[in-house]
Design a binder for this molecule. Sequence first.
Ligand code: F6R
Length: 258
Amino acid sequence: MTMIIPIRPDVSISANQAAIKAAREIADLLREKLNAVIGLATGGTQVAVYRELVRMHKEEGLDFSHATFFNLDEFIGIPPDHPQSFHRYMNEHFFNHVNANRRHVHIPNGMSNQPLAESARYERMIKEAGGIDLQLLGIGRNGHIGFCEPGTFPNSKTHATALTPETRKDAASSFGGLRHVPKSAITMGMATILRSKRIIMLATGKTKAKAVEAMLTGPVTRDCPGSFLQGHPNVSYYFDQSAYARVAIAQSMPTPQP
Ligand code: F6R
């Protein structure tokens, strides 16, 4: 007997292969629907996705000029040109190298002195754009999605949130120490994310194995916001072998007999 999980993940040998498959799914949608609304994520995992999208733009003419982009999140209190801001990340890894129309590129303003109003504005813009056709996601070691940290309600909209100690610790080395890591962020909410017509979840590396296991096989719970994806009808899961390792082991274990 093997354990059955309610989805069919695509498991690649390497992290790079998994990212390339995720990038291809985005490209396929853009070829079908030039003016697609695409939700984007940041983080180490996604660097290879953007590398592939940039390659497809340069070598295959993949056209981003009619698409609209909404990023998931941004730190509160660091300016857009800060080396660790998600604005900067997106420009360096993606927008500076493709033909996206800057007027259609949206990232929450972490420097707004009214984060509540900024969150409401962002949520409204997504709605006015007709909602997100395809949302790219990664997962944090603690199961967060965007910066929907453990405890986030499934009906949450874009909001300002405190970052958990684990999330801040994971960011510490890139910020040159824990004390430099922002304490809060603006993030799309779980409801904002779950309203996307399609979702790509990409997770790679062994540090994500526990979160992937909880997301796919654990209960649907606020303790692991990733688990809310179990209730979404159209998620493509891309993993490398290391991130999927714990699920693979559990699947191959015989079910204990009474
Ligand atoms: C950031 C975001 C986060 C990351 C997650 C994993 O925009 O969406 O949820 O996807 O923290 O980050 P990495 O890929 O750096 O492990």
